[in-house]
Unconditional design. Structure first.
Length: 339
């Protein structure tokens, strides 16, 4: 796209329809009453677009502003007439992850209500990887929902559903065919007016096709989707950028690229929610610093012995906890020393 490209072709919605809530209104100062709230729709290396009640706009960035400090779904205050970005409002939720060697987490989407974790009923389905996504989503503050695609390739779809539902207490699991005419109907409970959803998952599981189904092509060209290599069920030529799309009938959807690597870091709270059956038993252990491995009086090991907790589940909890601790930098003290 050229530097002179227009912002996405989207109808002008109301603030409430865009996802504006009291949480954002309360952050606006009295002297900012003349500024216009807008929602970031696309973020590129040197340019950004947003949607306001007047329609799509091309944001003018202030001197020294970095597009890396913003992400799709952010709310910003804009100077009317000039479209100059003044400041970003605090995020209600944020999907972020730390890349290998990264100094800080990278935001992949903000102010998301529901995150659909998309996986398929074939070789892509992996309980351990889904747990990584769930920890990430839990930490973001959004509601996780698992979507199972390619059910026509599975001999026992219910087995996949049961495995997915067992990963976290109260987790919603939906079987959906992205190419079916009623695909959007199955996801409607999470896609009402003013609601924002996003999709994460491996490449080739149908995320972009689901975005097309939700958007109904109301905001321009459909997302490009890739073919599937038969030998490993992986996709190619899929989404490489993040963008905000209007959902036909209300709401918004953020498409995200497939994640090749998914490190768990900065996600202690997300892991507690994911492994609630373990973390809730920990206070009952005899020792406060129990590792749940060999200590006497361990309530978690007792639950494993009784069959209440799957030993493989405990092993994955231990692995993810250790990874999160190792990959989450400690706060720096004086002279940059790690505490």
């Amino acid at each position: 796209m050229s530097e002179n490209e227009a912002a996405p072709s989207l109808a002008a919605p109301s603030l409430a329809a865009l996802g504006w809530q009291a949480f954002f209104a309360e952050q606006c100062e009295p002297d900012e009453a003349g500024l216009v709230p807008a929602r970031v729709a696309t973020v590129h290396r040197a340019r950004m677009t947003a949607i306001a009640t007047t329609g799509p706009i091309r944001l003018v960035l202030p001197v020294h502003a970095r597009t890396g400090d913003f992400t799709v779904g952010d709310w910003v205050l804009v100077e009317p007439g000039s479209d100059l970005l003044v400041r970003r409002l605090e995020r209600r939720t944020v999907l972020a992850r730390r890349t290998e060697g990264g100094t800080s987490p990278q935001a992949a989407g903000a102010n998301i209500d529901t995150l659909f974790i998309v996986t398929s009923c074939n070789a892509d389905f992996n309980a351990a990887r889904l747990e990584r996504y769930l920890a990430l989503v839990n930490e973001s503050g959004a509601e996780p929902v698992i979507l199972l695609t390619k059910a026509d390739l599975a001999e026992d779809v219910e087995a996949y559903r049961e495995q997915a539902a067992a990963l976290q207490r109260g987790l919603a699991v939906v079987v959906v065919n992205p190419r079916a005419a009623d695909a959007a109907v199955a996801l409607q409970p999470w896609c009402g007016e003013g609601r924002t959803v996003a999709l994460v998952g491996s490449s080739g599981v149908g995320k972009s096709t689901l975005v097309n189904a939700l958007a109904g092509h109301v905001d321009g060209e459909p997302q490009q989707t890739g073919e599937i290599r038969e030998h490993d069920a992986k996709g190619r030529h899929t989404t490489t950028a993040r963008s905000l799309h209007a959902i036909a009938g209300g709401g918004w959807v953020i498409d995200t690229p497939g994640m090749r690597t998914l490190h768990v870091s900065d996600a202690a709270g997300g892991l507690e929610t994911l492994f609630a059956e373990i973390t809730e038993l920990a206070p009952s252990c005899r020792f406060r610093d129990c590792t749940h491995e060999h200590e006497p009086g361990c309530a978690v090991q007792a639950a494993v012995a009784s069959g209440a907790i799957d030993p493989e589940r405990l092993a994955r909890w231990r692995k993810l906890g250790a990874e999160n601790k190792a990959k989450t930098p400690s706060p720096s003290g004086a002279r940059g020393k790690r505490r």
